[in-house]
Design a protein around this ligand. Structure first.
Ligand code: PMP
Length: 405
């Protein structure tokens, strides 16, 4: 597929231009995506002329806002192929979603000697919550290794699983390498020993068409800000029966049925897990983000981002001082190292050229240890990326080579 210049889409995103109107080559979408005008406008309306609280108001504006908030939940449910909107819990982000499952499900279901399987490439937010619950319950963590081309090794996963394995928690798409997981296969393996599968979908939700029924996992978490939506909101999807069996992890308003000092009963899911005034305006802006992404076609977005990633890999390969990490087909994310140049120095020089990349450990220190580097440079693409961004990046890299040459 040939990826033509993407000016139509770029013009929807005010964040892709500098203050003096020049192009800003934003290659850090894996950290957070720029926002289209439709999302900014939806958020602005919700904070402005439409603003009121939800659920408790008896006046018209609040009732309207409640409809908007719940419509966002329905839209997300439809977008990810959930059976019902009751399976969609609004959380602050993927991090909170995973912490919720670890604390609530893990706290109730894990016992001393039980096993939790993670992989080498996980983001810290899919490692540390499990370490916290392991410490409390006496469960142990097993680490599934990677294949030679840096994908989660499902054959190795099979050999790690035992009847004591209660949870398998894996990233759908690696935020460092762009490697994609065959979730269905991982789910079949986890279920074969009676374990649950939690999928960290932070990088997948903006790039892969999702269908919870087809994936057959048990929990799926992602953040809106990587999906062209606002910060401060994310989604935890879980099978309704699982949510029904889980106790709240935070208490407060909105998550109760009846409260007395003698005993308190809880609301059914998803409200049981949404204590306090929710992220009202963020949910409405997330709705707009989902509409925007769906209108552009998630499948096309994936093809395009894979194509851009492979073009970049091809061009980087022509430079002999560059080491590439990750599989050949990566979901729009390319990590690399330049001999003799620290990724932070590269990032700083590129910034002078209006090119923004990420440099660091990307919240994946165990993966850095595995790759044998303290940090990588990472370029990541979004809906608005095109070849002109790759050209600008390559110009900056060549200039860096001359400086360090
Ligand atoms: N998992 C992955 C794979 C990620 O890329 C990120 C964000 N970098 C997270 C989890 C955490 O997301 P958030 O900080 O939005 O909660």
């Amino acid at each position: 597929m040939n990826a033509p210049a993407n000016f139509d889409v770029k013009s929807d995103f005010p964040g892709l231009f500098t203050a003096d109107g020049a192009r800003w080559h934003y290659l850090d979408t894996a950290a957070t995506a720029q926002k289209p005008r439709a999302v900014i406008d939806a958020m602005s309306r919700a904070l402005g002329e439409d603003y009121a609280t939800v659920h408790r108001g008896v006046y018209g504006r609040s009732a309207q806002m409640t409809l908007g908030y719940e419509a966002a939940r329905r839209r997300v449910a439809q977008f990810i192929g959930a059976k019902s909107e009751n399976e969609v819990v609004f959380v602050r982000g993927a991090t909170e979603g995973i912490n919720l499952v670890a604390a609530s499900w893990g706290g109730a279901n894990l016992r001393e000697g039980d096993r939790i399987v993670l992989s080498t490439l996980e983001h810290h937010s899919n490692i540390v919550p499990w370490q916290l619950v392991a410490e409390k319950t006496g469960a142990c963590i097993d680490v599934c290794p990677l294949t030679e081309d840096h994908c989660i090794d499902l054959e190795a996963l099979e050999t790690l699983l035992t009847p004591r394995t209660k949870m398998v928690a894996l990233a759908h798409v690696s935020n460092v390498l762009g490697s994609m997981l065959d979730v269905r296969k991982a789910a079949d393996l986890a279920h074969s020993v009676g374990a649950k599968l939690l999928v960290d979908g932070c990088q997948a939700a903006p790039r892969l068409a999702l269908d919870m029924a087809a994936l057959d996992c048990d929990f799926y978490a992602f953040s809106a800000h990587k999906l062209y939506g606002p910060t401060g909101i994310g989604v935890l999807w879980a099978r309704e029966a699982l949510l029904e069996g889980m106790t709240p992890w935070q208490g407060g308003g909105a998550m109760i049925d009846q409260v007395s000092f003698e005993s308190t009963t809880y609301a059914p899911p998803p409200q049981r897990f949404e204590a306090g005034t929710p992220m009202i305006t963020e949910a409405i802006a997330l709705h707009a983000a989902v509409d925007y992404l769906a209108a552009h076609g998630v499948d096309q977005a994936l093809d395009r981002e894979c194509e851009l990633a492979s073009q970049l890999r091809e061009q980087l390969r022509t430079l002999n001082s560059v080491t590439l990490f990750g599989p050949e087909r990566s979901a729009g994310i390319v990590s690399f190292a330049m001999e003799g140049v620290h990724p932070h120095d590269l990032g700083t020089i590129l910034d002078e050229e209006n090119v923004a990349i990420r440099a660091g450990h990307h919240c994946a220190q165990p993966l850095m240890q595995h790759l044998g580097v303290p940090a990588t440079a990472r370029a990541s693409f979004g809906l608005y990326s095109d070849e002109s961004d790759i050209e600008a990046l390559m110009r900056g890299i060549e200039r860096t080579q001359r400086i360090f040459g």
